[in-house]
Design a protein around this ligand. Structure first.
Ligand code: ADP
Ligand code: MG
Length: 324
């Protein structure tokens, strides 16, 4: 039976590259780049709450890191180092091999180094802490949106939530549609390169983990302004386009897409389109920041939609079966 130390050595220890000291000592030693400040974020994934216990461990490894990378993307930070704390019911080596493969290959793809963590026995729980760097004073914060800013989103919304509906048997998708939506749900690609491009162009940004309305709502609250959105402008996942009655639930209120929502002055439109193009990412202008507080979604006739839909809230009254 492998010990905790064997498992750490086998699955989570790689030679240190940029860290002065990586996995193995009481603490890692890191040297931040002069002129940069640290951006640090943690996300915990709990079995039964954020994922199904029998989910593919490799995809889970990917997602555990991807959701953390997405938080740094939303700050415009460059991810550098990561810590991984795991509670495992048993030393299931097949699970660990898959999980570490998914986690470490995404880390490699984004140039992030696993420098430490903790491994303990307990109900399956995955806790990731990520550290990145951003030029001092230039991070994209939630409180910096201004009246008159354009509101933009990256990519397409609603695919992940539609995939979850399919998994839960609430919607039946065709084979290819299910594959596309489940890939959005299980293997999100964080918009790190776009976040870096937006420094100096965008005022505020957030990643869409709980749904566009909820996450844009956080920018509005922190920036103390309001917003108007054109429903027809919101880019939706291709498989959602044949399911208009699900657009509200999946693209506006559904979570897990990990796209960026950001606000930027109108005079930066062309530069934003060019910057997004440089990192091969679609960006779409969906609305504008306004002085009156609150969020209005307008239909094609310009009528304001009633919005009973909010995003995912772990302690909210009406919870879907699963949510991030
Ligand atoms: P300590 O007793 O000081 O808490 P541990 O025995 O928990 O140290 O961990 C030994 C080393 O392995 C430490 O450097 C720690 O950061 C690292 N480590 C433990 N678990 C993980 C993990 N899941 N992923 C990466 N590093 C880990
Ligand atoms: Mg420890």
């Amino acid at each position: 039976m492998a010990s905790e130390f064997d498992l750490i050595a086998r699955y989570f220890t790689r030679p240190a590259r940029t860290a002065a000291l990586g996995v193995g000592d009481d603490a890692a030693l890191l040297r931040p780049t002069p002129g940069m400040e640290l951006a640090i974020s943690a996300d915990m994934l709990v079995s039964g709450q954020h994922f199904f216990p029998d989910d593919d461990p490799e995809k889970l490894g990917h997602k555990a890191l991807a959701v953390n990378l997405s938080d740094l993307a939303a700050m415009g930070a460059l991810p550098r180092w990561v810590l991984l704390s795991l509670a495992l019911p048993t030393a299931d080596e097949a699970w660990l091999a898959g999980f570490s493969r998914g986690f470490l290959s995404l880390a490699e793809a984004f140039g992030v180094e696993l420098v430490g963590g903790d491994t303990t026995r307990g109900p399956l729980n995955i806790s990731v802490t990520i550290l990145g760097e951003v030029e001092v004073g230039r991070a994209l914060r939630r409180d910096a949106a201004q009246v008159g800013d354009d509101i933009w989103v990256s990519g397409e919304l609603g695919g992940a939530a539609l995939g979850l509906q399919h998994l839960l048997g609430q919607t039946r998708l065709s084979g290819p549609a299910a594959a596309a939506c489940l890939s959005r749900l299980h293997e999100p690609i964080p918009r790190v390169a776009l976040g870096r491009e937006l420094l100096g162009l965008a005022h505020a940004a957030i990643d869409i983990s709980d749904g566009l309305l909820a996450d844009l709502g956080h920018i509005l609250e922190h920036s103390q302004i309001g917003a108007r959105i054109d429903l027809a402008a919101v880019p939706t996942a291709p498989d959602l386009q044949q399911l208009p009655n699900l657009i509200g639930a999946c693209a506006l209120a559904g979570g897990d897409d990990y796209e960026l929502c950001f606000s930027a002055p109108a005079n930066h439109r062309n530069r934003i389109l060019a910057a997004a193009d440089a990192v091969s990412t679609r960006v779409t202008r969906i609305g504008v920041m306004v002085p009156d507080r609150g969020l209005k979604v307008l239909d094609e006739q310009g009528n304001s939609l009633a919005l009973p839909l909010t995003g995912y809230d772990h302690f909210g009254i009406s919870q879907p079966a699963m949510g991030w």
